[in-house]
Design a binder for this molecule. Structure first.
Ligand SMILES: C[S@@+](CC[C@H](N)C(=O)[O-])C[C@H]1O[C@@H](n2cnc3c(N)ncnc32)[C@H](O)[C@@H]1O
Length: 221
């Protein structure tokens, strides 16, 4: 089936034999990919708007996976049902992802794996997930149409991270490949521009940004 590199990469990170729920599914192509290309027999996809769900329904019919992809129109984690152990959320702002998980944290009791790809506020998402009792199991970068996407895989369990590790990514900082170098270089540029633009009165923000620039320079050495 036709699927972009970003969604395929997310789909390939979903553990086999799990029961996944894709929140904010839009077209539902991720769930359809799991059924068509990875052999999943039961997946769930949800969205809180009717337009996306109509698209999802059309795609589910087109790919003839009606009996394996359950579609629901619900807000965030309200779409949780018994047996679901994996959650994917991608293509949304990090603060929206945090709100979805925080609003209904009771449903996270049985969730062993979360695969999240926020559009922004990645550090805030990492912090939230750690607060909710997860650790960072993997961090995957991919580049598509000149954009570098970050995919975070969280597993249930507690781990302590220094600010440096959390900021750079405890897994990503060990990868040392050309894409992670490009990612860190781009982040460094952003942080240097930010530092130049910050008014002198933003003392704390200046201190944190300087620290982040130092960490980025160290990882790029
Ligand atoms: C930009 S699309 C991303 C679609 C897909 N996940 C992807 O990565 O390509 C975001 C989708 O999330 C849905 N959404 C946003 N907030 C939501 C929420 N709180 N609960 C459920 N769906 C939500 C939107 O309706 C939209 O269809």
């Amino acid at each position: 089936m036709k699927i972009n590199k970003r969604l395929k990469t997310i789909g390939d990170l979903v553990p086999l034999y799990s029961y996944p729920l894709d929140i904010g599914c839009d077209h539902a192509l991720l769930s359809i990919y799991l059924v068509k290309e990875r052999g999943f027999s039961k997946v769930k996809a949800s969205d809180n708007k009717s337009g996306p769900l109509k698209k999802a329904l059309d795609n589910v019919k087109f790919y003839k996976v009606f009996n394996k992809v359950e579609l629901v129109r619900k807000e965030g984690l309200d779409s949780y049902s018994d047996g679901i152990d994996t959650i994917t959320i991608s293509g949304m702002g990090g603060l929206n992802i945090n709100k979805i998980l925080d609003d209904n944290r009771k449903y996270l009791k049985n969730i062993n794996t979360l695969i999240l790809s926020p559009n922004n506020y990645t550090l805030a998402v990492k912090r939230k997930l750690i607060k909710l009792g997860y650790y960072i199991d993997n961090e995957v970068l991919l580049k598509e149409n000149k954009i570098i996407y970050e995919i975070l895989v969280f597993k249930k369990g507690r781990r302590f991270y220094s600010y440096k590790k959390l900021f750079l990514g405890p897994v990503l900082m060990t990868k040392k490949d050309s894409l992670s170098k490009e990612y860190y270089e781009s982040l460094l540029k952003t942080k240097i521009s930010l530092l130049k633009a910050l008014p002198k009165s933003f003392r704390n923000k200046i201190r944190v940004t300087k620290k982040e620039i130092k960490y980025l320079e160290e990882v790029l050495m």
